[in-house]
Structures are given as C-alpha cells and as structure tokens.
Design a protein around this ligand. Sequence first.
Ligand code: CAA
Length: 692
Amino acid sequence: MSELVSMRTDDDVAVITIDNPPVNAMKYEVRVGLLDLVSRAIGDAGVSAVVVACAGRTFVAGADITEFGKPPRQPTGIAVIEAIEASGKPVVAALHGTTLGGGLELALGCHFRVAAPGTRLGLPEIKLGIIPGAGGTQRLPRLVGMEKAMAMILSGEPILAPEAHVAGLVDEIIEGDLVAGAIAFARRVVAEKRPLVLVRNRDERLATPHHLAAFDAAAANHTKRARGQNAPVAAVAALRAAVTLPFAEGLKRERELFLELVAGDQSEAQRHIFFAEREAAKVPDIAGARAHEVQRAAVIGAGTMGGGIAMCFANAGIPVTVVDTGADVLARGLDVVRRNYRNTAARGGLTANEMEARIGRIDGTTDLAAVADADIVIEAVFEDMGVKQDVFARLDRIVKPGAVIASNTSYLDIDVLARNTTRPQAVVGMHFFSPANVMRLLEVVRGATTSPETLATAIAVGRKLGKVPAVVGVCHGFVGNRMLRLRSVEAERLLLEGALPQDVDGALTGFGFPMGPFAMGDLAGLDVGWRIRKAVGLTAPIADQLCERGRYGQKTSRGFYLYEPGSRTPKPDPEVEQLIADTAAQRGIARSALGKDEIVERLLFPMINEGARILREGIARRAGDIDVIWVYGYGFPVYRGGPMHYADSVGLAYIRDRLMAFAHTTGDDRHRPAPLLEELAAARKGFASLAG
Ligand code: CAA
C-alpha cells in the first residue's frame, strides 16, 4: 500500500488522508493508495460513511503535472472517482487550501463536499493548455449550471468557498476543525438517510438542447480572445458534449479531447512555462539567505511607473509612501492612482471598502525624509543616470540601516548606482513593466555587490506583490529590453524592405502576440523611445521622422497609424506609407512584399540569437528564465512557451541557417549566429539541454 494515503476510523466513519507534500498532487502512488483504501472502507461492514481529506496546506491541487506527456498509468483519476461513485455509503470530501484540477474533480466524484472558509476551488487546466480530464467538464455544469461552469473552466480562475457554497458546489462551510466537521456532517447524512445523488445524474441544471444557441453565443464570447489556442476551443467542445450527449459519452469525449491536448505542443509549452516560472526565482548560490521582513515601503517618483508600483504594494496590504519633489507631479500622480482604483471598483473588480483600504495605504509627500522608516525603497524617477545617481546618494543618507534600496531602471547600470551609496550590498534592481499594477513580470537585477539577503528580499517582495520574479544580471537593457531592442531595429528594417506597419503587426498578432511593435509603440508614445535614442546616439529611420512631424502615437492621434477621435483602433495612414516609400527610395532600397512567415522569422530569430548571447554571458541563468520574461513581460504567446522554447521547437540548426542568410543580406553583425547557438545547433541540441 502507498504511504502517501492512510486511513483511520472514527467510530463508524472512515477518514482517508492524502499526504503528498507540497500540494497533494494526485500522482500514480496516490491514486493507487486512494483506490485501495476507498475500496476497503466501502467493503468494511463497520464503516457507514467515508471522509476524504488531505494533510498539509491544501486538498489535492491537481493531477501531477510532471506525469503529463508520459504514458498514463492505471488507475487513472477516473477509475478512483468511479469507485467512489459506486459506493453505497456516503463519501464526503473535506476541502481546504487550493482544491484545483484533478482535486476538484475528485471532490465532484464524492457525494458531498464540505470546505474550510478560505478554500479556493477551480479548474485551472486551461492555463496548462489542457482541459479537465477526469470529468470536470461534465460534472461541474451539472452542479453549478452551465454559465458558471463555463466561466470557471474557460478562465481557469478559482472561486472562494462562500461563492462555491452559494453555487451549490460546496454543501457546507466548516468553521474550525475541518475533519471533525466533515465527520459530523457524514454522520448527519447517515442519520437523516439523505439520498446519495451522484453529480453525474443531476441533469436538471443542464440547459436542454434548444438552449444551444445561447450556449454557442456564450462560448463565442469566452473564446474570442483565444488567439490560436487549442484548449479553449476544446473546453467548449467538451462542455457542449455535456449538454448534447449522455453523461458516459460526454465523459468519453472529454477524455479524447484531453488526451489530444496533453500530447500536443501547446500544452508542452505551457507546462514548460509553469515550471520555468517557479525556477526563475531560484538562485542556487543564495540558498539559505534570509529575506528581510517588509512592513513599509516607499516609492520615489509619482509618475506612471511610481504610481503603478505603489498600487502593487497597496494591493498586497503593505503601506507605501510616494515621494516626489514636485508638488504638482505628486498631486497628479496620486490622482491617477485614485482614478485607477475607482475605475476598477466601478467595473466591479473591487468592493468600495477594499478600494478605500487600498487608497488608504498610499500616502504622498514631497519630503524625502519620509522614507526613513521604510524597509524597502524603490526609485522610479526619470530614466537618467545623473538624476538617479543624485537620488541614490540622498537616499543613502536617509534610509534606515538594513533596508533595501531598489531601482526600477529599465536599462541603466545598477552597479554605478550602488557605488553612489555607502552600502552597495543593499542595492538591487527591481524592473517593473508598464502598467506596473497589471503586468506580472519583475526583472530582479542582481548587481556585482548585491548581497544574498538583499536579493532574497527583492524576490520575496516580488512574490508578495503577486509578481513573477526572474533574476537577471547587469547589462544594458537587462534581458527583456536588450532583446526587444533587436526586434525594434528589425521591425524598422522590414518597413524599408517592403512591409507596412500593419503587415508587421499582423504577422506578430497572427503568431499570438496581443499587439505588434508599431501598435505598441503608438500606445506607449513614440516620443519616449525617440528621447532615449537621442540620448544614446541611436536612430530609427521611420520612427524618428514620425516624431519630428509631431506624430507621437495615440496621444497625438497619429503615429505609425491614424486614430480617429476617441478611438484606439489603428488605421493605416497613406502619409506613413509615403514616408516609408520615400525613405527607402532615398536609401536606394528596392521594396518588395514580405510574407508573414518571413516577417515572423526576421523579428524573432535575431532576438533568439541575442538570447543565446545573454545565456553565454550569464546575464540569464537558464533559457527558461528568458521565456518567463517574454511571456509575462512582453506578451509572447504562452502556448509557444517563450522565445527559447519556441526556438527549440523550430530547431536551432534551421534558425542558425536563417540567421546566416539574414547576416548576408543585412550586413548586420548582430545577425551572425551566436557561438552558443552555433554549438548547440551543431550538436543537434536545444536550449533546454542546458537546464540545471
Ligand atoms: N503537479 C506537480 N507539481 C506541482 C503541482 C502539480 N499539479 N502543483 C504545484 N506543484 C509543485 C510546484 O512545481 C512547486 O515545486 P517546487 O517547490 O519544486 O518549485 C511546488 O509544487 C509548490 O508550488 P508553488 O510554488 O506554486 O506553491 P504555491 O503555494 O504558490 O501555489 C498552487 C500552490 C496554487 C497549488 C500552485 O502550485 C498551482 O496552481 N498548481 C497547479 C494547479 C493546477 O494547475 N492543477 C491542475 C493540474 S491539471 C489536472 O488536474 C488535469 C486533470 O484533470 C487530470
């Protein structure tokens, strides 16, 4: 018998406990043990009811993701659930923590579900590029209705126990001792001789076939942003089967769709990101370093970034002071923050109380001395080395000993800033992405002098703020922006060679990015990059000319595209097309049309090449870190697994050959294959082979 599952009896109630830390994933040994003990309990004449519970921090948080992609081993979760359903004795699931995926499916196979108040219940499979594979798409709509089931399955977002209780997913909320409460509940069920209705037989909540038009309309609404992803389409097909087919056939259909997805590239890519995300915050040589406790934060600079970062702290329950020497800028910045919160509350994303609480956690001042009691200070002032050096020197005189001093710079040298203080060990980069309160990526920049404790604190704070921290080294632009720079150069080059902004953007959105580089530039403001380029002596032939004409993007209604009053929809602009044609002609470039695939390769392969250099230089520790950065910070489609995983799936030899061809036509040295890429391609290996 498996040691991961045990059984005890409390008088006439058998309590089966799963204990497979950290998250009680339903791996093979757990399924074997569970099936065995459930069968024994059912066969035991002295047992009148069964409770299934979990030890540790959570009920089963899902199937074991590491088993996906390997041949399935019997018994499956389905077999365990069927054994429970066949029991003539009530089986009660006692839920706590995160009851997710296969864990919720197990609970749906039980006759009753009770839960601790803070339990989160959900079917997050869609986030792994799959659908529930053990009856979730067939049972959940039978219990909570199609509308709610569809929302849960297509978003992958969990709901809290009280909401689950109202929806009928949880029969009772248990305050206090969960298992004792579950045993008492089970005894009541026996005493009251409550009928054991299986969820599979509760068809009454399913819409009947004449509601299919409504079903299809709702499904279309949920999948309209699916952009090339297979899982949402399959989830809808499985849910539709719940309505149109008898239960057993619906279950079969779900299983087929699940098996197809789990064996596919998209799910493989999404599993890669799941594990890479957890790896990216791990730094082997600081293992054991203790993060400082952060109870108060300060942000220097009340601009867009500063305000967004302050919101992150307020959202996480940490009081934060925003300092800006300009009273006007400060007032305007805090106003924007309040407006953001009000908008969220108006959309129903926050209760009025929670909105007030968050706003209440942010205070503003023009007096830098106010940062004295902060445990972490994040500088988010104008992106200029001189300005930042001055801020760091002043912070050094005020900030309390032991506090972390972080810079939100997106490309400047952290080591130079550290040298402007008497405590270079306390300095680290924390590069947030705009809008900071929304984007999940946090590049944590480790300087030459950053201490293990400082680094550990930055990572821990990042996680507390709900970010995905990825640790990177110091270089111009770090990982993300250094690679992005290559894409920007290439995008302009494509214009001169024959593509139009809408061709380039269309190719990338077709690939799965939410936006192409030109629409993105228009949104962010073309003047931002223009100013930075001028400061460092770089040019972008088309973007520079647009800025010279006052076309800064959406804010001036003109940029690479034209925007009609009040609209954010980019429209192709003949003036821009003329400008591109004229510029190409002046440079003696004969323009000719470029295909979508060619555009994608031209944009992504040089970036991947730069990623190889970044890896060799040790700026990123693992290829997966680069993938995480691109998925969470730059909208790289998660179902393609990030640029380096994508490169492996395309094959590095092909990429090397294409880069050599690009280098030949563009004469750009950066297109020459990086040594690491050459070596891996020659050895027929991928970036994944470097892991560990
Ligand atoms: N399988 C295998 N390992 C898992 C796992 C799973 N389902 N869930 C988490 N882990 C591992 C993590 O990789 C991590 O390992 P390391 O410590 O080695 O890095 C460890 O468990 C702890 O996880 P987190 O760091 O994420 O811990 P957390 O407390 O922040 O979050 C959690 C816990 C909410 C459960 C989160 O881990 C999570 O969302 N897990 C995935 C849940 C999920 O997607 N379940 C559905 C699986 S698919 C399924 O069930 C299909 C089916 O129908 C058959």
